[in-house]
Ligand binder design. Sequence first.
Ligand code: MN
Length: 429
Amino acid sequence: MSTIDHTHDAAATSWVAGTNDHADFPVQNLPLGVFAPADGAPRIGTAIGDFVLDLAALSGRLPAEVRPALGETTLNTLFACAPEARRALRHAVFALLTDPAQREHVEPHLHAAADVTMHLPARIGDYTDFYVGIHHATNIGKQFRPDQPLLPNYKHVPIGYHGRASSVRVSGTPVVRPSGQRKPPEADAPDFGPCRRLDYELEMGVCIAGANDLGEPVPIADAPDRIAGLCLLNDWSARDLQAWEYQPLGPFLAKNFLTTVSPWVVTSEALAPFRIAQAPRPAGDPQPLAYLWDKDDQQAGAFAITLEVSIASASMRASGMPAHRLSSGPASNMYWTVAQMIAHHTSNGCDLNPGDLLGTGTISGPTRDAFGSLIELSSGGREPIPLPDGETRAFLEDGDALTLSGYASAQGYRTIGFGACEGVIQPAR
Ligand code: MN
């Protein structure tokens, strides 16, 4: 597991202008991503304040063991390196950005973030979406089964399904309203047309590091080393398509038209100060099976991250109104830890590979101010919520801009952020 060291010192400062009180990217963060300058090809970089530092161009000043990986156009090879190599990279980048003597060598490789194009951080071989947000699972379950919202397996098994990797895109990708089969409960037969109940899901993405051979489960004690880092993830969902198609095999076309991730991977190393104890299981809940239970994981397997969602409709933006916050709540509202997700996913011998993506599932809090989807906020569409300009929303409408954001914070440490995970809804084609 990552440890706290000098790179987390709240007093550390960078010589890069305007970074030391930056909301997302002070020098304590150093997230990894892939960017392209206005006149260049994609390459690996880190975010520092409102700049992006080209790590590929500086690889000669960075540890030899990561140099080949820094020449790639995705983070997969870097995520295949040992955790010690990724920590050495963080230490070296931290030194370049804090030591004024390095400025003359480093400054030429800074790009204004506004001038670069961000790409997907990794080539995603596989994407799995879990369902560990227990308040979301309860809220959704209540809409179908008021008397038994959680199915009997929920507190024994980290539930998940295999998502679609081909349609994962980076923040900013337009969200084209999907079409599909719709069958409202009162209709006799389905028809085909644009989704009428388009929703978002507030999730965290887990970027996988390292690899396990097919047939070799990852013990839960080793799972933390398989977390390269976290990002924000929006599992766009077509609720009307989902309601008609989901039985008996689960989500399909209601989910795979697009999944959006934030461009920066906030590394396990950066998140070390923000690890917190997993919330105790409520009295009466079953003890998880041994392969899902680890004392260290229970003590430090959750994260002190606050997640927020905001919306700005087309008319709000046209009249210059600021985005409206839909929810804010802690990412610790997860019934299972990330390590438990990884241990479970590999418990049958399934191989997870560097750059694979896990979604946590929608993270909602117990109260409405922290619900992570519109289907929860609008009680299944029956109670549309008001927007500040007088509009209402049961589900997303064309022109809506939706933004996820997240911040890790802890007493005595500099708050670090994830940057934005955004999308604007476009009309169906
Ligand atoms: Mn989901």
